[in-house]
Design a protein around this ligand. Sequence first.
Ligand SMILES: *[C@@H]1O[C@H](CO)[C@@H](O)[C@H](O)[C@H]1NC(C)=O
Ligand SMILES: *[C@@H]1O[C@H](CO)[C@@H](O)[C@H](O)[C@H]1NC(C)=O
Ligand SMILES: *[C@@H]1O[C@H](CO)[C@@H](O)[C@H](O)[C@H]1NC(C)=O
Ligand SMILES: *[C@@H]1O[C@H](CO)[C@@H](O)[C@H](O)[C@H]1NC(C)=O
Ligand SMILES: *[C@@H]1O[C@H](CO)[C@@H](O)[C@H](O)[C@H]1NC(C)=O
Ligand SMILES: *[C@@H]1O[C@H](CO)[C@@H](O)[C@H](O)[C@H]1NC(C)=O
Length: 363
Amino acid sequence: MHSRPSLATIALLLGLVALTSSAPAATMAPFTPPGGLGMDSIPVYAPMSEFDFQSLNLALNQEWIELDLFHHGLAQFSVEEFEAAGLDAEDRFLIQYMAEQELGHATALMNMLGPSAAKPCKYIYPFTDVRSFVDFCQKLTRFGESGVYGFLEHLDSRAAANILLQSITTEARQQMIFRQFEGLFPMPEWFVPSITQSMAWTLLSPFLQHCPSENPRIEWQLFPPLTVTNNPTPNQENLSPGISNNVTALSFPGRELLLSWGSPGKVTGYDGRYTTNTTAGRAHFVGWISQLNNITYTPLTNVIGSRGRTIQPGGNIFGNGTAPVINGTMYLVITDAEVFVTPANISMLNPHIVAGPAVYQSG
Ligand SMILES: *[C@@H]1O[C@H](CO)[C@@H](O)[C@H](O)[C@H]1NC(C)=O
Ligand SMILES: *[C@@H]1O[C@H](CO)[C@@H](O)[C@H](O)[C@H]1NC(C)=O
Ligand SMILES: *[C@@H]1O[C@H](CO)[C@@H](O)[C@H](O)[C@H]1NC(C)=O
Ligand SMILES: *[C@@H]1O[C@H](CO)[C@@H](O)[C@H](O)[C@H]1NC(C)=O
Ligand SMILES: *[C@@H]1O[C@H](CO)[C@@H](O)[C@H](O)[C@H]1NC(C)=O
Ligand SMILES: *[C@@H]1O[C@H](CO)[C@@H](O)[C@H](O)[C@H]1NC(C)=O
């Protein structure tokens, strides 16, 4: 078990506060309308449940890889290679500065988690040049961001959620800056979608190679991996860093996607300590997780073994003339059913996931 501030003490304290504050609002502070969560209790900047601990610890693992990743990219590539990709000394300093921000975010999480907080791991990266490094940063910070949005509103400790939110808004800016470094349109979405902890862990786990044995086991589900064989890659020749570029759409409604996925029961994760798992039935649909999380489903067709196809849907989030549902750096999952979920109950989708998510570079 994890050693951390006594939950019993915290619960007792909160109970006492709740009891004393259930009296008529005679002592209500002026200019304070009634209502709101935690408005008259003492903030607890620590996990108040196993759900909190596991969620915050997953977020800490995400912060650690970001810290390592930004340093790693700066060390791996020469000044000439960065300059050839259009990134000058001031741009490189910004990446260095982002690494320092990650140290701050990791420290804040460690302080909240206490002595059993995860320590940094050894990582494995898929990039070979500056542009693919920047693209990887843009994708990794996006699923870090979405992974937190998925649980932030469900944390028992509203105070911990407050601190985490203050770090994740910075991470959202990093994500946009990496898109700008890549020469993409900086933010082609109106809303950034949320994903569940299990989805975030599924996306993160392939890059963790070895972790200290005392790191708390990450209890979220690891779904079988999903690959978009023909995922669009930004046209590297024509794009150069800029605040905003009118990039020709990377994908379009009607585009056929080629998908392949893994099976459950496969050893995965760092040090071979985890196995992939699904509780879903047969693969029937592709769920497109984007924008407001009103998940759009398309039929999965041409299924042969663990390969299939689907067609990119159209549609706009609030009808004609508003943002397309599918754009930007978003997610695909394979499901057994068309489950209607919204941002605050997306975890109801977990039992229906056959594989995924995959990051889809739709724009
Ligand atoms: C950029 O794209 C927008 C929307 O399609 C268009 O209205 C605008 O004219 C474009 N600007 C340039 C400089 O290409
Ligand atoms: C995605 O957004 C960009 C920027 O607004 C736009 O140029 C592109 O056409 C959009 N893609 C789709 C598929 O609508
Ligand atoms: C998946 O997890 C469930 C629930 O823990 C377990 O019963 C099942 O055996 C697991 N499946 C595989 C393939 O590991
Ligand atoms: C979800 O999106 C579909 C397709 O755009 C739309 O028909 C439906 O009304 C939306 N539902 C909600 C609750 O927004
Ligand atoms: C959206 O535009 C299309 C094409 O002009 C039209 O057929 C459709 O009725 C419009 N839908 C709404 C909800 O206005
Ligand atoms: C998720 O929440 C929406 C309301 O926002 C509800 O209509 C839907 O049935 C819920 N989904 C599930 C699987 O419970």
